[in-house]
Each structure stands twice: as structure tokens, then as C-alpha cells.
Design a protein around this ligand. Structure first.
Ligand code: MG
Ligand code: MG
Length: 630
């Protein structure tokens, strides 16, 4: 199936839009009339520009307030249509979208509308143009695709067909299964959009909050399955009105659009194996089996500081790389790599971002299949020359230009630690602290990037998303949403900062781009862990005593438990399943930190209710160094 996007969906002038759309790999565009009107070249030039980019004009839109007009407005409406047909001919566009009338003058009546369309079809047909009719969810008389189809059916003209838009069907709660009874060859065009489930006026939701299929809460897959069942094989086109997208990077938004369409076709192809749909061939969504490693890029001084922090956390200096300045720290199933080598990706990452996480290794069943799927979805592959004795490990680019490596047990990759590392000398005498695995990794980014990375993770990996929560920082709001798999072995929280006065925003500015802001380690007994950490000289983040007074009131905890929490600076939360305990390190650098958690009885959150108290404590600690007082 051909892929397309409406020019209105992304930012920039028409030239920038077309360059971004072509670069993303889409086949064509819907020319939104205002984008043409704002352009300083004529229609023939626009048509040429589109074709020079290797793109096709799939649709010209919108033609408004056409059907049901009384005289004398009716005559003028047809004149207006003729002028649009002239323009389309010069552009080289052969299909026009007519959306259902919102004019208060429009008279109702399916037959009247059908007669108007039959006449329009006659005029369009003589010029080789096709007319598609779309029901707007807020149309005066026609607001449901079933009624629009009835108009098209009665118009009974080969140049008049139906246009379906997933937003108008799904946002109004119309069952998409009703599409299955429409003949596929009477559907001229499919527009796709998702949206968050927010209770607001549909027109406002549509104009400002639409997003790419898979980014919102509408069941676009069910809509598209029904469309595929009709035999429709025309273009799939994104029509996304979104304030953020219109202010975002044209290239990034166009790439998200391409990814969302490929992922949608993949879902439809798998859900409807009996229906032929030209979905790109790729392995199914990848089951991640947890984090294999996290790698920091650092200079020598900071590596020594980070090493001593890891020591107090109970990590053993377990290995040194056979040929590079790279040290492996290990505890339980956690591998932390600290890279101070002066060559390679880690070093260039260090030069840009300072000491930070540059690489995340994920355990998967098949590393090559993972990269194959990611590549089909438009992810950028990562490669650097392997040194002598090093394994070639499949990798892609992830958040903030960082790298994600994939390790599987079925190949040599599963032995990377034995092959590439030799035992390190005796480290400091430290107590193992009972940290077992990485519970979650938190990535901080600009709020505008959250949908991009949400789609990235959910399209490649077998994961779901939690609802977005607002975290109150004294300097502003931070939005937080988690990507997680069924068994909890992969949990990544995405945190979107809107300004630099928040701890997240400050961290973002200081690390020059999106980055991992905290790593949470799991343990089985937080109090035993806290005792061992103390023996190692670990200094936890100090939590305000006021927090514990409130905790007693909120949960009715026993005095004994409460005083242990208070003494150890442990935060507490509870959900319908179980309990959650959190202990934080102090900030390392400008806002990076470690977290230690214990989940009891299947608690499945991240302690969002505690975040604001943790942030306040962190800001107290950062002051007066760089953090603004708020
Ligand atoms: Mg539409
Ligand atoms: Mg956390």
C-alpha cells in the first residue's frame, strides 16, 4: 500500500515539508490548500517540486460547504468547484476531498446531497478528476461515515467515492465494523489519525490534539482492519492536526509518520492473516528479556567518582576490557560499564554530553531479528569497527542519539563478558548490597519528544504504555509515562520536561539533550540493603521529616515501620496489589541519580506520588551550585 501524509501535519514551509516527507520514505502527500496559498510559486511549480522529490500528489483538500446549498449559493458553489478543478489540473492532482458541509445554509436530505454529488461527479469526470466525500464528525447534516456512504451510493457516479478518516469515525464512537459492508472500490481514500482520550469538544480535539496511529488511545487498528477487509488498496494517508507537530522538527515528525504507518500495517497484517495487505515483511514485535548492561561514557576523574559511588552501592569491580579503557562493575544480574576510552562512540558521546549513559544493552531472543524489525520501522542502525577479539553486536540509535545494543543467548553475543573482559584486580572491600537487577531506567527528554520515543519503543518491542502522569516539580510540571512489558523485565519511564527550572529540565540542559536521568535497581529486602549500603559509606538522599508525618496519616502505617522508613530515608507507596519502597542516592553531577526499589506483591507503579518530595530533596542538595531557587 502507498503511504502518504497531509502537508498540514508537519511544520515548515512547503519546500521544507516536502524534503522531510521524501526523506522519511513516504510515497506521497495530500496538498492542504492553505499550504499552497502560503507558497510563493504557482501550482505547476508546486506540482513539479512534489514530483522532483519523488513524491506523488495523492489528494487535494479540503473543499468545504458543498452539498445541500439552496440557490443562488448552489450555483456559486459549483463555480467554486470548477476553479478548484482548474487548480488541481495545474498541480497534477486527480482526487479532491469534499468534507461534509458545516454551513448553516445547507439543507438536509440524503437525496438532495446525492444529486449535488452526481452533478459534481459529471463535471469532475469530464476533467479526469475524482471526488471523495468525507463525513466530518461535526457536519451540519452528515456527521457519520454511514450517511456519507449512503450519499455516495445514491449519487451512483464512477467519479464520486467515499473518504474515510479514522478520527471522525472513532472519536464519535462509531463502530468501525460498519465499514466492512462498504465495497472497497467505492472508497477513494483513507485518512488516518489517532488522538488521546480527552473529554473535550471534538472539533477542538481534532484541530489540536490528533496524533500518529499508535500514539493515542483510539483503536486505529480496528478501523484499518475493517478497511482492509473491504479490499481497499489505495493510499493510507496521515492527516494530523497537532500544535506540537506544527512546531516540531519536520524530519522527526515525518519519520514518526512513516513508522506509525508501517507499524499499523504490520498490526493489521498479523490480525487479519486472510486479508492480503501489503505490510512490509518483518519479525513480530520483539520480546525484551531485560537489561543486559548500561554503559557510561566518562573521563578518568569522573569515572573514579562514579566508581566510588558504585562501590558504596555494593558493586564489584568485576572486569577490565581486553583492549580498551573500559571497566565492568557487577552486582547480581546488573552489569554497569564505565568507558573512558579516547576513541569510539563512547568518547564522542562524552564530548557532547559529559559523563552520562551512552549505551543500553537489552537481552532479546534474537538480536538480528530485533535490528531487522527496527530497521523496517525506520530506526537508524549503529555500527562502529570492532577491535581485535571483539564481538560484533547488533545495535541501533535510540533516545538522544544514544545507542541500544541487543544481546541474545543463542549466539556468541551471550558470552560477551567472558570474551571481551578479563578479571580486574582486587577492588575495595565492600559489602554486596543485595541489588538483583535493573528495575527501570528513566529517560528525560523535552516534552515534545515523548510521543516519538513512545512510538519507537512500542512499535519495536512487545510493550504497552501506562497512562501519562503529571509530576509536580516546584519549578513546573514534568510528564511521565512508562513503557513496560508483561513480565516487568523491561521498564522504561519517559519524562518530558517543559522548562529548565524543573530538575528534569535542568538535567536536560546540562546534558545537552535527552538522556538517562536515573537507573533504578531492584532488591528483595530494602532494609537489609539499606544497612549494607550504610556500611559501605553510601549516603542516601535526605527526605524531609514532614513527608513521614504525612505518610502516617495517608496509609496508617505502624509506628515501627514508619520510624524505620524515616531513619533510612526510604519512601513508601502502595497500590491495589502491593507495596513499594524507594531509596535514592544523592545527585551525581547535574541531576543524575540512582534509585533502589523493592516491589512487594506485584506493586506495578513507580512511586509517582513520591516524586515531588524526592525532587524537592534533590533540589535542596543541588543548591547553590546551579539550580535556580523556585
Ligand atoms: Mg480528514
Ligand atoms: Mg524511578
Amino acid at each position: 500500500m502507498k503511504t502518504s501524509i497531509a502537508t498540514v501535519s508537519i511544520s515548515g514551509d512547503l519546500r521544507e515539508k516536502l524534503a522531510a516527507i521524501a526523506a522519511a520514505g513516504l510515497d506521497g502527500v495530500e496538498i492542504f490548500e492553505n499550504d499552497f496559498l502560503a507558497f510563493d510559486g504557482g501550482p505547476a511549480e508546486v506540482g513539479r517540486m512534489v514530483r522532483d522529490h519523488g513524491l506523488e500528489i495523492m489528494l487535494f483538500q479540503p473543499f468545504r460547504d458543498f452539498e445541500g446549498m439552496p440557490d443562488p449559493q448552489r450555483g456559486r458553489t459549483f463555480d467554486r468547484a470548477e476553479r478548484k478543478f482548474d487548480l488541481m489540473t495545474e498541480l497534477g492532482a486527480d482526487t479532491v476531498l469534499v468534507c461534509s458541509s458545516v454551513s448553516p445554509l445547507a439543507l438536509g436530505g440524503i437525496d438532495r446531497a446525492a444529486a449535488d454529488f452526481r452533478e459534481l461527479g459529471e463535471r469532475a469526470g469530464s476533467r479526469g478528476i475524482r471526488v471523495g466525500y468525507e463525513a466530518l464528525a461535526w457536519g451540519t447534516h452528515i456527521s457519520d461515515h454511514r450517511d456519507a456512504w449512503e450519499v455516495v451510493r445514491r449519487a451512483d457516479h464512477p467519479n464520486v467515492g467515499l473518504i474515510l478518516d479514522s478520527f471522525h469515525t472513532l472519536a464519535r464512537g462509531i463502530d468501525p465494523e460498519t465499514i466492512r459492508s462498504i465495497p472497497g472500490d467505492r472508497i477513494f481514500f483513507i485518512q488516518l489519525a489517532d488522538a488521546p482520550r480527552i473529554d473535550m469538544d471534538l472539533l477542538y480535539l481534532s484541530r489540536h490534539f490528533r496524533n500518529m496511529p499508535g500514539e493515542g488511545d483510539l483503536d486505529v487498528t480496528a478501523f484499518m482492519r475493517a478497511v482492509a477487509a473491504t479490499g481497499y488498496d489505495g493510499p493510507l494517508s496521515l492527516e494530523i492536526f497537532n500544535d506540537q507537530f506544527r512546531g516540531g522538527s519536520p524530519r522527526a515528525i515525518a519519520a514518526d509518520g512513516y513508522r506509525s504507518l508501517v507499524y499499523l500495517m504490520d498490526r493489521v497484517g498479523r490480525a487479519e492473516p486472510d486479508i492480503r495487505i501489503a505490510a512490509p515483511a518483518m519479525p513480530p514485535r520483539i520480546e525484551a528479556q531485560g537489561f543486559e548492561f548500561v554503559e557510561f561514557a566518562a573521563n578518568e576523574t569522573e569515572a573514579a567518582e562514579l566508581g566510588s559511588l558504585l562501590s558504596t552501592l555494593g558493586f564489584d569491580r568485576a572486569g577490565e576490557h581486553i583492549s580498551k579503557d573500559v571497566v565492568l562493575w557487577r552486582q547480581g544480574g546488573i552489569n554497569i560499564v564505565v568507558n573512558t576510552d579516547r576513541e569510539g562512540f563512547a568518547h564522542s558521546s562524552y564530548l557532547v554530553h559529559g559523563t552520562s549513559v551512552c549505551d543500553i544493552g537489552l537481552k532479546v531472543a534474537d538480536a538480528n531479528a530485533t535490528v531487522a524489525r527496527a530497521r523496517t520501522l525506520g530506526a537508524e542502525l549503529f555500527e562502529q569497527p570492532a577491535g581485535p577479539g571483539e564481538l560484533k553486536i547488533p545495535a541501533i540509535r535510540g533516545v538522544g542519539g544514544g545507542v541500544m545494543h541487543f544481546i541474545d543467548a543463542g549466539s556468541d553475543l551471550g558470552r560477551v563478558w567472558e570474551v571481551e573482559f578479563k578479571p580486574a584486580g582486587e577492588g575495595a572491600a565492600i559489602r554486596e548490597a543485595g541489588l538483583t537487577r535493573i528495575d527501570h531506567i528513566a529517560q528525560t527528554m523535552n516534552y515534545e519528544e515523548m510521543l516519538t520515543w513512545l512510538l519507537f519503543y512500542t512499535s519495536i518491542f512487545e510493550t504497552g504504555k501506562t497512562p501519562m502522569v503529571d509530576v509536580v516539580d516546584p519549578g513546573g510540571l514534568v510528564r511521565s509515562q512508562a513503557i513496560e512489558n508483561e513480565d516487568g523485565s523491561l521498564r522504561i519511564t519517559l519524562n518530558g520536561a517543559e522548562n529548565r527550572r524543573t530538575l528534569a529540565g535542568h538535567f536536560l540542559a546540562e546534558s545537552f539533550g535527552s538522556a538517562v536521568q536515573h537507573i533504578a535497581f531492584a532488591c528483595d529486602d530494602i532494609f537489609a540493603t539499606a544497612a549494607n549500603l550504610k556500611a559501605n559509606g553510601f549516603r542516601p538522599l535526605e527526605i524531609s521529616p514532614n513527608y513521614y508525618d504525612d505518610l502516617a496519616a495517608r496509609f496508617g502505617l505502624e509506628d515501627d515501620l514508619l520510624s524505620r522508613l524515616r531513619v533510612e530515608n526510604i519512601l513508601y507507596d502502595r497500590d491495589d496489589n502491593g507495596e513499594f519502597f524507594q531509596l535514592y542516592s544523592r545527585n551525581y553531577g547535574e541531576g543524575f541519580f540512582f534509585e533502589i526499589v523493592e516491589r512487594r506483591n506485584g506493586y506495578c507503579g513507580y512511586g509517582a506520588a513520591n516524586a515531588q518530595f524526592r525532587i524537592a530533596a534533590q533540589k535542596r542538595q543541588l543548591r547553590p551550585k546551579g539550580m535556580p531557587r523556585v
